[in-house]
Design a binder for this molecule. Structure first.
Ligand SMILES: Cc1cc2nc3c(=O)[nH]c(=O)nc-3n(C[C@H](O)[C@H](O)[C@H](O)COP(=O)(O)O)c2cc1C
Length: 185
């Protein structure tokens, strides 16, 4: 699929077919994350793939937060849990000096690579950020020293693609030369 079409056709998918994600597709999705850039090439990301229905149900019933309980997640054939290894020295020192949490940026890039690859493969995805980190760690036996920041639900969309959600116009999000000055390409 042409890159622009991947960007434009991606939508958050919250309704999944029961069909599993093919093994070779899962490997391509992981490979897309593996190729992502990271601060100092520290590759602090770690992932847990979950396809076991009982475990997905457990995540759904025990680890989601109120108000947006993400019940639709129960139907997802694949959940990828995005984790970070925080004890990578280069990353830790860098973050101390600049105050920038590089591991979060690294994980975000890697997981969005996954999203875009999945879109190319005809799969639907949805980011999940509204969960209890401790509960997810408990269910998946993830050690305390590991940070869990996001999850992705991946599978074949059941319904027609969700409505395109609006984006702010360029002039609202980009300035030229200095903050507040209108963008001129
Ligand atoms: C970091 C992050 C966390 C998100 N968490 C959730 C979530 O917990 N539940 C959910 O239904 N959607 C979640 N989303 C999806 C957003 O709601 C969605 O991307 C946004 O509304 C734009 O819609 P679109 O993805 O269809 O373009 C999350 C997205 C991101 C990037």
């Amino acid at each position: 699929m042409e890159f622009d079409r991947i960007l434009k056709s991606r939508r958050s998918t919250r309704s999944f077919d029961s069909g599993p994600v093919k093994e070779k597709d899962l490997i391509s999705i992981i490979e897309a994350a593996r190729l992502a850039p990271s601060a100092c090439n520290s590759q602090t990301w770690r992932f847990v793939t979950v396809t076991n229905r009982e475990i997905i149900k457990k995540i759904c019933s025990l680890a989601m937060r109120p108000v947006v309980p993400n019940r639709w997640l129960e139907q997802a054939p694949l959940v990828i849990v995005g984790c970070s290894q925080l004890d990578v020295i280069a990353n830790r020192i860098g973050s101390k000096v600049t105050g920038i949490e590089y591991y979060q940026i690294d994980l975000g890039i890697a997981m969005e690579h996954m999203v875009l690859k999945a879109t190319e493969l005809g799969l639907g995805t949805c980011w999940i950020g509204w969960f209890s980190e401790n509960k997810v760690k408990e269910i998946l036996k993830i050690p305390k020293r590991i940070k869990v920041s996001a999850m992705l639900a991946i599978g074949y969309a059941k319904d027609k693609p969700a409505k395109k959600r609006k984006r702010k116009s360029i002039d609202k999000i980009v300035f030229s030369e200095k903050w507040g000055q209108s963008f001129t390409p």
